[in-house]
Design a protein. Sequence first.
Length: 128
Amino acid sequence: MVWKLDRLARSLRQLIDTAVLLNERGVELLSLTENINTTTPTGKLTFHLFAALAEFERDILRQRVYAGLAAARRRGRVGGRPKALNESDMKKARALLRSGEYTRVQVATELKVSRHTLWRAFSGETDH
């Protein structure tokens, strides 16, 4: 038994492959929410139709999300997590490291970030 067909797999191909694999092992599918029973020919047809519709729905949703993200980018919106270190923090880190009195770990502690965050921020730079 499955709760909903689109929770069984990520794509139509994977869903059908899973259903075939289960069928080869003597397991038939019974969906609780779509009332599909693959032990009958009608149930198998319904299974394939619902699976195709579920994949179509996912594709449409993905398309809308990408279109929304692209529209937001055109308006100047940038997604993702904000940078932990701004340019002022980077200048301070460079100055502290150049002084030779601080290690990267001490600079990271001073800036209240992890040492990995500091190392990532400097990863493209050769001179600090």
